[in-house]
Design a protein around this ligand. Sequence first.
Ligand code: F6P
Length: 561
Amino acid sequence: MPWVTGPTVRERQTGPVDLTKTHAWRSLEQHAATVERLDLRQLFGTDPDRVDRMTHSCGDMTVDWSKHLLTPAIVDDLLALAAQSELAAKIAAMMRGDRINTTEDRAVLHTALRAPLDTAVMVDGADVMPAVRAVLDRMATFSERVRTGDWLGATGRPVDTVVNIGIGGSDLGPVMAYEALAAFRHPRLECRFVSNVDGSDLVAALADLDPATTLFVISSKTFTTQETLANARSARAWLTGALGDDAVATHFAAVSTNTAEVASFGIDTDNMFGFWDWVGGRYSLDSAIGLSLMIAIGAAGFREMLAGFRTVDEHFASAPLSENVPALLGLIAVWYRTFCGLQSRAILPYSRALHRFPAYLQQLDMESNGKRVRLNGDPVSYETGPVIWGEPGTNGQHSFHQLLHQGTTVVPADFIVFAAPDHRTGAFVGIEAHHDLLVANCLAQSEALAFGKNAAEVAETEPDPTLVSHRTFPGNRPSTTIMAPALTPSLLGQLVALYEHHVFTQGVVWGINSFDQWGVELGKSLATAMIPELTADAAPELAHDASTNALIERYRSMRRR
Ligand code: F6P
C-alpha cells in the first residue's frame, strides 16, 4: 500500500510494518546464526557468475558488492524485506513531497533541489521548483560576481577569501565538496570553513586574512545555532574593527531559511540565499548551503554536481530493487548491523581529495539512523544505525587496518577509488605512477580482507611454526568497492546521492524517522543553561548531579572565578 500523505492510517495507529514478524526476517536471523561458516573463497570458487551478478552500474560508478558475506538466499530475503517495507512506495512518497518526516511534520525533498528544472514538485499544493530555480540563479549571479572580481568590498577591493561559518550540515557538506573538487576551484579564490565554537577555529582561519578582501558566508538553516552565531558575531567584530560598521553590507552574506533572524543579525537580506524546511541540514549541500562551493567551482560546476545527484535519484526511483544500487547497499548495511550485530562500518576513500568524506557521512548516516524508536514511538527491538568512521587510504593501512585484517571484530568497509588521479600532474616528474600505486593498494586491501591467507599458505614461507598463527589472515572480511573514472563534480553528486539513498533504505526497513535529530537537543539546552553558571561573578547555586557540579566548580576555580 503506497503512502499517500506520510504514514498510512494503519501506520499511525500501529506503527510501521513490523518486519520482525515476517518470514524473511526470521530467515535472515537463521542465516546470521551461521554466517561465520560462510567462506568467500568457496562462494567465489563455486559460483563463476558471482562477480557479474553482484556488480552494478549506478551512473558512472561501478559498484562491486561481491565480496560481502551474502548468498543468493540472503539477498532474496533482504529484497523481500525491502518489498515488505514498501520501499518503492516510500521512495515515491519522499520524492513527491509527502510529509514523511512525521515528528517534525515536514516533507523531505532534497531531491527537488536537483530535479529537472522544468518539472513541478508540489508541497502543500504549491510548486516549489520556481523558488528552487530562482535561488540557484541568484547564487550563480552572486558567485560569478565574486569570481570575476566584480563584487567589491568596503575599500573597493575584490574578494580573495570566502569564510563559510556554519556547523553540522551547514559545514560538513560544503567543506567536504570543496576539498573533493580541489582540482576544479577558481585559482584566485580560497574558501575556509569555520565550524567549532572553540575560538581557535575562527582565530586560525582569520589569522593571515585581510578584512578588506574577506567575504563571510554565514550558513545556518535555523540561524539560531549557538556556535554559528557566536562565530558570526566574532567575525563581524573582527571586520568592523578594521573597516567600520558599514562594511558588513559587502562582506557578509547569509544562507538560511530564517529571514527574520538574518535581518536581526544585521545582514542585508539582499545578500541572503534561502532554502526551505523540507531540506534537512545533512541533506543540504545541494541547496544554497553550497554557496561557498559554488563560488569555488563556479555555477556550471555546481550545476554539473546537481546533474550527478539527479542521475542517482532517477536510478533510485526507477531501478528494480534487485538492481537498485543505493537500495542494495542499504540492505547490506541492515544485514550486518541488525542480523550480524556488527557495530561499525569503515569508509575508506582511496582519494586524498575525499579526506572529509567519512566525516560528512558520519553526520549523514549517524544523525539520520541513530534512532531507538520507530515511527509510532515504540522502541525498536533490533539494532539500528552503525558507527561510521574512516580515513583515506593508504594512510589508514598504516594505522587501523591491522584491526580490520586480524582484529576480533569484523568491520564491513567501503572502498572508493577512481581510475584517474584528481591532482594536477604538470610540474612533478613521475607523479603519475603514484596513482597506480594507490589503486593497487586499494584493490589489494579488499582482496586481503576477503580472502586472507590461511595457516597452510603462511607455513609455506614461514619456517618458525610459532609465528604461523600470528601471520595468518582469517579473510571473510566484507567490503564494497565503488570505482569510477574520475572525481568530477558530477561524480561527487552521484556519490553523495548514493549514500543519501542507502541511508533512506535502512531507515525504511527499520521503520524509523531518518529525518529528525531530537538527540542533539538535550545537550544544547543544558549548555545554554550552564553558561551563566560558568561565567557569573558570584558562585552560583548548582543543581546538577554531583559530578557535573564538581566539574563546574573546578572550571570556575581554574579560571579564578
Ligand atoms: O546538530 C544538529 C543540527 O541541527 C544539524 O542537523 C544541522 O546540520 C546543524 O545542527 C546546524 O544547524 P543550522 O544549519 O540550523 O545552523
